[in-house]
Design a binder for this molecule. Sequence first.
Ligand SMILES: Nc1nc2c(c(=O)[nH]1)N[C@H]1C(S)=C(S)[C@@H](COP(=O)(O)OP(=O)(O)OC[C@H]3O[C@@H](n4cnc5c(=O)[nH]c(N)nc54)[C@H](O)[C@@H]3O)O[C@H]1N2
Ligand SMILES: Nc1nc2c(c(=O)[nH]1)N[C@H]1C(S)=C(S)[C@@H](COP(=O)(O)OP(=O)(O)OC[C@H]3O[C@@H](n4cnc5c(=O)[nH]c(N)nc54)[C@H](O)[C@@H]3O)O[C@H]1N2
Ligand code: SF4
Ligand SMILES: [Mo]
Length: 766
Amino acid sequence: MSTELRHTYCALCISRCGCVGTLVDGVLTRVDPDPAHPTGQALCVKARAAPESVYAADRVLFPLRRTRPKGEADPGWERISWEEALDLLAARMRAAIAEHGPRALAFGVATPSGTAVADSFAWIHRLAHACHSPNLIFATENCNWHKDFAPAYTFGAGIGMPDYPHTGCILLWGFNPATSWLAQATAVQQARKRGARLIVVDPRRAGLAASADLWLRPHPGSDAALALGLAHELIETGRFDHEFLRSWSDAPFLVADADGRPLTGADLRDDGDAGQALAWDEVNGLPLACPNRPPNADRQACLALRGRYTVQTRRGPIACRPVFERLAERCRAWPASRVAEVTGIPAEQVVAAANLIADNLPLSFFTWTGTCQHTNATQTGRAIATLYGLTGCLDAPGGNVWFSKPPIADVMGFAWVTPEERALTLGRNERPEGPPQKGWITSRDLFRAVVEGEPYPVTCLVSFGGNFLLSKPNTRLSDAALEKLGFFALAELVETPTARHADLLLPVCGAWEREGLQAGFQTSAAAEAHVQLRPALAPPQGESRSDTWIVFELAKRLGLAEQFYGGDPETALVRMLAPSGLTPEALRAAPGGITLKLETRYRKYEQSGFSTPSGRLELHSERLRGVGLDPLPDHVAPAIPHDPRFPLTLTTAKWPQYCHSQQRNQPSLRRRMPEPLVELHPETAAARGIREGDWIEISTPLGAMRARARLDRHLAPRVICAQYGWWQYPDGAGDANRLIDGECFDPVAGSNSLRNFPCQASPLPA
Ligand SMILES: Nc1nc2c(c(=O)[nH]1)N[C@H]1C(S)=C(S)[C@@H](COP(=O)(O)OP(=O)(O)OC[C@H]3O[C@@H](n4cnc5c(=O)[nH]c(N)nc54)[C@H](O)[C@@H]3O)O[C@H]1N2
Ligand SMILES: Nc1nc2c(c(=O)[nH]1)N[C@H]1C(S)=C(S)[C@@H](COP(=O)(O)OP(=O)(O)OC[C@H]3O[C@@H](n4cnc5c(=O)[nH]c(N)nc54)[C@H](O)[C@@H]3O)O[C@H]1N2
Ligand code: SF4
Ligand SMILES: [Mo]
C-alpha cells in the first residue's frame, strides 16, 4: 500500500482553503487542513467530503445528446464521442451567429464564489468575447456586484478586504463567514482574540453574531436606514474624519440647491474648467476651484464642509451647499428613533453601535449577499460605503485595504466586443450603470429574449455550470425559456433539473480532478500575495474534461485558435503568468504555492487619487445622477408586493453543508442536513399549530413549497428563513426561488428580492 500526501487548496468556494489530500494507492481517501497555507487553518465539511464528490455515482461521465423532445421528463440521452459533441456544438453556435448575429448566442457560467468554475472563468469570458457575444449570464446581480463593482461609485473600486491583524472594530453586515468564507471567519476570530470588537448586522443570529459585542437585527431590506442612522450619529457628534473628507473626498464640493448639479470652474468664468469642482473657501469667503487628483492637501483646511453659500456665477447667483451638508441633511432624517421603527433595531442599539465604531477605530467591514439581494441593494450599498467613508479608514492600516495582488495578465478579451455590439447587451438600456455594462445579464432579461424575442431573439445558450432553474427567481419563466431555446449546451458534473433541458450535456471533471490557478487568496496581505497551481488529487472521472479544455477545443473548431494561443491551454497559462515572473513549472514544483514578495501600501489615494471621475471618494455620485438616479444614498422602501394574505417575510441564507443547489449527492453532507429546513420564531409557529420538525408549507403569491420547521427564538416573529437549491423532491420542497417574483429588482443592478418577499406559513397534514 502506498500513501501519498499532496498539497492543494479547496476550490469549492470563495474561501479557497489550503489543504492536503491523502492518496492511498492513487485513490483519494481524505483531505485535511494545511496550517502552513495562508488560508489553511480550517476546512469545512464540503472539502472533507472530497472523495464522495469525486466518486459519486450520479456523475455525468460521457457527452450526452438529447434524443427526445424538450419538455419531456426523460431527455433520452444518447452517448456520443467528444468529437461529435464538440463538432455539433460549434456548428450550432455558428448557425446562431449566422442567423441572428452574435447577440443571439449567449453564454453562461456558474458562480465563481460558490463553485470551482473560477478555474476557467476568464477563459469562458474570452470565448464569449471572441465570439463577439455581448450576453453572459451568471449570478453577479445577486452575488458579487455589490461588493466588487457597485462600490466603485463611492470608492472607485470594490470594498477591499478588512486588514484584520490591525483593525479595532469589525462590522459584518449581511455576511456570515462562519458558513460562507471560513478563512475570513478564522481571521475575525484571531482579531477578536487580539481585542478587536465585532458588530454583526443580520436578521438571524447566525455564525459569529452569537459571540459579537453587538448583534443588530434589522428587518430584511431595511439596512440602508440603519447605515444612514449610524452616519447621522457620527456626523451630529462630530465623530468623523474631517481631514480625510476635506482632502480626499468630494465632501466640500458645492452642489446647486435648485437642481442638485455640482458647480464647476465653468460656472465662474467663460474659460473656466468644467472638470474642476468648486468648494467654499471659508477664510476668504470665496468659491475655490478644487485641484484634481491627487488633491493639494495644503489648501484644503479652508474648505467648508457645512453651511449654505451663494456663488456669483456667470449667469447670476446660485444657492448651493457642500456635498457633506447635503449628506448630513439626508442623514438627519434618520434619527435612531426612526431607524428603530423601520428596522426593528432598538434605538439604544443604534446609538451603541455608533459609539462602538467611534471608540474603536480603525473600523473595517465586510458585506455580502445579505444586503445585495434586494430591490434597494444599490442604495443600501451606497449608504454603507458612505458610512464607511466617514471614518477615513479606507485603505488605511486596520481598515478595508486593497492589498497588492500578484500581477497576472487579464485574458478576458473584453475589448474584442465592439462598443456597438456592447450596446446590445440585454438590459443595458434599462440599467446602464449595472452589470450589463460588463456584458452580464439577468435571467429575466435573457429568458424574456428567448421566450418573447424581446428586444431581440436569443436562440443559443452555452453554459459552463449554473443551475438557473434553482438559483434564479421566477422558475416558471426559466422553465419556459430553457424549453424554448433553439439550442442549449451545458457543461456539468451532474444531471441537474437545468441539465434536463439541455440539447447537449458535456461532462466536466470536478475541482479535485483538475489543475487550477489561484493568484491571490484575498483574506490578508500574505494570502493575497500567494499564487498556487492546484494539482489534481484524482484523474478525471469517465470521459469528463475541464471547462478550460472544452473552451479551447471549441475555440479551435470555431476558427478562434489564434485568439487562444494556438488552442493550447499550457501556452495560455504561460502567457497568463508571465507578468508575475512565475512559470507553470515553478508552480508545479511548489504544489503548496508560492508567496510573492509584494509590498503592502496603505492610502494609495495619496499618490494616485481614487479611481472615481473626481479622483476622490464620492459621497455624491454624478454618474448615478447622470442616469436619473439619486446621487446621494437613501433608504428606499423595498419594491415588493403587499398582500395581507402574506404577512410574513421570507428570507434565505447559505448553509455550511452545501453550496447553493449542489452537493446533496454526498452522503456525509446529506447525513448532516438530510432535508430542507425553514427557520421560524416559536410564536409564529405556535400561532399556526406548527411544531419543531413538522413539514410545513410556505406560500407566496407565486406558489408554495414544503420544508421542515426549525424553531429559532432569535428570529423576529415576522421573519422566516427558508432554503433554496433542493431539487431532490418532485414537488419542489426546499426551493424558495419558485416563490419569488423575478419582476421585483433593483433599478441599477437588477438584483432580485431573494431576501425579502411576503409569504405565509401553514402546517401540512402529517
Ligand atoms: N457553505 C456555503 N458557502 C458559500 C456559498 C454557499 O452556497 N454555501 N456560496 C458562496 C457564494 S456564491 C456567496 S455569494 C457567498 C455568500 O456569503 P454570505 O453573504 O455570507 O451568505 P448568506 O448566508 O447567504 O448571507 C449572509 C447573511 O445575510 C443575512 N441576511 C439575510 N437578509 C438580510 C438583510 O436583509 N440584511 C442583512 N443585513 N442581512 C441579511 C442572512 O441571515 C445571512 O446570515 O458565500 C459563498 N460561500
Ligand atoms: N433564494 C436564493 N437564491 C439564491 C441565493 C440566495 O441566497 N437565495 N444566492 C444566489 C447566489 S449568491 C449565487 S452565487 C447563485 C448561484 O447560482 P448557480 O451558479 O446557478 O449555483 P448552483 O445552483 O450551485 O449551480 C451551479 C452548478 O454548476 C455546477 N458546477 C460546479 N462546479 C462546476 C465546474 O467547475 N464547472 C462546471 N461546468 N460546472 C460546475 C454544479 O454541479 C451546479 O449544478 O444563486 C443565487 N440564488
Ligand atoms: S470553506 Fe469549505 S468549501 Fe469553501 S474553500 Fe474552505 S473548505 Fe472549501
Ligand atoms: Mo454568490
